[in-house]
Write a protein that binds this ligand. Structure first.
Ligand code: NAD
Length: 248
């Protein structure tokens, strides 16, 4: 198994891509602490996983990711309990599609608070431990729009450009300390949000994808498993596109 004896924290682990990452990490032998936005959603996700496998080494927490002190307290408790922390996946995120003319500063702040400040807070809360143990892997969920931009919802692509900046810069700073930092940039992925989209909107999207299908959460989770594992021990500062598109 690729992640045996590893302790991993996965934010936004209650559904969608994050839930698939949690499942894949558990299958590879990791102990996973998933973060949800509310205690009930974290508990529900843990129950779902334990129903599938009663031996799954998983627990749920729900700190407010935009509040550094809350994150630090919650992560300190986890690290004291397990004695170390090997992998942090900063996956929680919100998307946005308001046209710029209708944009409010509050909308901008709401997206940035989770998608950028949340990544900063969680990373800051684990980094001293990883530096001390001279090892660690930090993985961020970026997006295809961090490369292409998008025609509305300015905060979302801006936040994901920032995630790439954090990833590449921290990889440079933390590499000499034994810590790898990478990101995965999913394309359109079939999560709950997509299930309500009528097929007539999905078909033209699929036609533009050389691999002729929408991504599944498991496609994205597989990339996270690889980057978290020793198989990627010489890879850092990469934003790996997992989107079925052929890029030059
Ligand atoms: P989702 O809405 O299904 O899940 C989002 C997760 O983030 C949930 O676990 C939720 O609990 C958590 N979350 C939301 N708001 C939160 C808050 N305020 N505090 C703490 N946690 C919060 O979304 P998803 O599609 O699985 O997206 C996961 C990540 O993948 C996001 O970073 C998103 O930007 C990125 N992404 C998704 C797609 C896609 O097509 N689905 C494409 C590119 C990138």
């Amino acid at each position: 198994m690729l992640l045996e004896n590893k302790i991993a924290i996965v934010t936004g682990g209650t559904r969608g891509i994050g839930f698939a990452i949690v499942e894949a990490f558990l299958e590879e032998g990791a102990t996973v602490i998933l973060c949800g936005s509310r205690p009930e959603s974290a508990e529900k996700a843990v129950l779902q996983l334990k129903e599938k496998n009663s031996l799954a080494k998983v627990e749920g927490i729900s700190p407010n990711l935009s509040d550094y002190n809350e994150v630090k307290d919650a992560f300190n408790t986890i690290i004291s309990k397990y004695g170390h922390i090997d992998i942090l996946v900063n996956n929680a995120g919100v998307s946005e599609s308001t046209p710029f003319t209708d944009y409010t500063p509050e909308t901008f702040e709401r997206v940035m608070d989770l998608n950028v400040k949340g990544v900063f807070n969680c990373t800051k809360a684990v980094v001293d431990y990883m530096v001390e143990q001279k090892s660690g892997v930090i993985l961020n969920t970026s997006s295809m729009v961090s490369i292409t931009g998008q025609p509305s919802g300015i905060a979302y692509p801006s936040s994901k450009f920032a995630v790439n900046g954090l990833t590449i810069s921290l990889a440079r700073e933390l590499g000499p300390k034994g810590i790898r930092v990478n990101a995965v940039a999913p394309g359109v992925t079939y999560t709950d949000m997509m299930r309500s989209v009528p097929q007539k909107y999905i078909d033209p999207l699929v036609a533009k994808i050389p691999l002729r299908r929408i991504g599944q959460p498991e496609d994205i989770a597989n990339a996270f498993v690889f980057l978290a594992s020793e198989k990627a021990s010489y890879i850092t500062g990469v934003v790996l596109s997992v989107d079925g598109l052929a890029r030059s």
